[in-house]
Ligand binder design. Structure first.
Ligand code: G4P
Length: 528
């Protein structure tokens, strides 16, 4: 086996998806503790933007700093190299999260036991389902009173549309939480509420729940309840099979309490056994396998430098195949030219390191002075275009004006670069050349205004514009498209790449357009 084959086979690259406050940051931190990537709890700062601080730009800046450091967190555990890709939980940054999901091979979904499946999680899991990404579910905060375990499994199946099977099972909850029975490995794990620093849990091998010792360990009532519930699980839920998890026909479920570091090791131990190795990626030209000889990768995220004196940015590249090497010439496919990188960076929790080589499954940060856009591909020479890094139809719009005529160049450059970073999308309406910025979440407008001012010295002014949606349009024939453009002239525009866009001012006009032009296709994402 070559070194490359070995290295790729031990990569596990995943993202944690959760509604804000479900415990994603806490779980990430505990996983890093197990991996030895950090030594004490509290080392990973929460990178969420709390609701109360949405207009506090210093806070946004601070959070941006943290989120560079936590974009990728890598550590070794059980001979595997684990890469956790951070996904912002705040809904205004959902697009960023969608794109990050294109760079992972599997996902862990965290659900708050009291809240159950929440809206943000539903949307994100839908993206995972579309992409057939294997999902493990972790039900968190078992030390608090919450919903019944069986009801939660029903919610996962109904709201997330994920057929599931529990691999651990809680014994009580809230104040009566005694621990979990690990169905996967037939062990009893007893709960100790003050275990914040990750001491080994008290686990007891327990393959026969009929053993009266169970009554002594957890009390008679809880023991009886556990026996009957596990019996029911065996009857109702399918036996776990790894192949079914890998092709997303089943999602295993774990229960625990991240803040108490309980059930996290169970989750991690199972994860390293079952989670997929780097998976093939589809390019427009062909499928790309991880263990090919030649390197390829794509940019899924771009992060502006925190230091305003340096305009450079970090482009995050997911390696799809082969081995990436420092100081080696690679083809930037869109620009059709060779580039090499002197300081590719890997991320080990808060530590950044220059890497000499990285393998399929890894993410490297490339310093970039404005050459990259989201979705760009690097290869050893082949013209590949990876699929599945879409822009989403935005739902919030503002018309933009230049607030300072002396700074129009700076404004144009700033907007151009922020759009390449994927902060928002720029549309131009054909009839009046109106420049329109569209975002998924309204907070982005504040971020854009602030960053244009602080990083580019430009002033942008917004005006409300009556728009409901911007949808990409295609048709089978050019004539149909021309006819549509003629009839809907007022609503036609282009995105930054020059693709045709229908700017609908209401749900009603959109419906009319659909009804009157049955041959025109309206797309919610730019990936047509
Ligand atoms: P997020 O990244 O998904 O937004 O959630 P985060 O980990 O920041 O957790 C949100 C809150 O839930 C935090 O409390 C955290 O301590 C708490 N939490 C996480 N896991 C558990 C658990 O298993 N049990 C209980 N009871 N609470 C848990 P906070 O008050 O918002 O912040 P902090 O001051 O405690 O950090």
């Amino acid at each position: 086996m070559t070194n490359q084959t070995k290295e790729i086979a031990r990569r596990r690259t995943f993202g944690i998806v959760a509604h804000p406050d479900a415990g994603k940051t806490t779980l990430t931190e505990k996983l890093l503790l197990f991996g030895g990537a950090i030594q004490v709890a509290g080392a990973v700062k929460s990178n969420k933007i709390k609701k109360s601080t949405t207009s506090d730009f210093m806070e946004i800046e601070r959070q941006r700093g943290i989120s560079v450091a936590t974009s990728v967190m890598a550590f070794d555990y059980a001979e595997k190299k684990i890469n956790i890709l951070d996904t912002p939980g705040h809904k205004d940054f959902a697009e960023d999260t969608y794109r990050t999901l294109t760079a992972v091979d599997s996902v862990i979904v965290v659900i708050d036991v009291a809240k159950g499946v929440e809206e943000q999680t539903e949307k994100l899991v839908e993206v995972c389902r579309m992409r057939k990404t294997p999902v493990i579910v972790f039900i968190n905060k078992m030390d608090r009173p919450g919903k019944e375990a069986f009801d939660l499994l029903d919610e996962v199946e109904q709201k997330l549309k994920l057929p599931c099977t529990p691999l651990s099972w809680p014994i009580g909850m809230g104040e009566r939480f005694k621990g979990v029975y690990n169905i996967f490995e037939q062990r009893l794990v007893l709960f100790r509420p003050d275990n914040k620093q990750g001491r080994p849990e008290e686990t007891i091998e327990f393959d026969d729940l009929a053993d009266p010792e169970l009554d002594q360990l957890v009390g008679e009532d809880a023991a009886e309840e556990l026996r009957s519930e596990v019996e029911m699980i065996n009857e109702v839920y399918p036996t776990f099979k790894r192949e079914e998890y890998l092709d997303q026909t089943i999602s295993p479920v774990f229960f625990g309490s991240a803040v108490n570091n309980f059930g996290v090791k169970e989750l991690l131990d199972c994860f390293v056994q079952i989670a997929p190795e780097p998976r093939p990626r589809n390019a427009e030209e062909r499928d790309v396998l991880p263990n090919e000889d030649k390197f390829s990768g794509f940019v899924f995220k771009i992060h502006a430098n925190m230091d305003p004196r340096h305009r450079d940015r970090i482009a995050f590249l997911r390696i799809c195949s082969g081995t990436f090497e420092r100081n080696t010439n690679y083809l930037h496919v869109r620009q059709g030219r060779k580039m090499k990188f002197a300081n590719p960076t890997s991320f080990m929790a808060a530590r950044k390191e220059v890497v000499d080589e990285a393998f399929a499954g890894d993410v490297v940060g490339l310093y970039d002075s404005g050459n990259f856009k989201i979705g760009d591909t690097l290869t050893e020479g082949e013209e590949l275009h990876f699929k599945g890094i879409p822009s989403f139809s935005p739902e919030q719009f503002r018309r933009v004006y230049n607030g300072d005529p002396l700074k129009s160049k700076q404004l144009a450059k700033g907007i151009d670069q922020l759009m390449d970073e994927g902060v928002a999308q720029l549309f131009t309406r054909d009839v009046d050349n109106a420049q329109i910025i569209g975002c998924v979440g309204a907070l982005q407008f504040d971020v854009i205004q602030y960053r244009l001012e602080h990083e580019y010295g430009a002033t942008v002014k917004y005006e409300p514009i009556n728009l409901h949606k911007a949808l990409w349009v295609t048709a089978n024939s050019n004539e149909e498209l021309q006819a549509f453009k003629e009839r809907r002239r007022q609503h036609i525009g282009h995105d930054k790449e020059g693709r045709l866009v229908y700017l609908a001012d209401s749900a009603w006009t959109l419906q009319m357009a659909r009804d009157n032009h049955p041959d025109i296709r309206f797309h919610e994402t730019s990936e047509l």
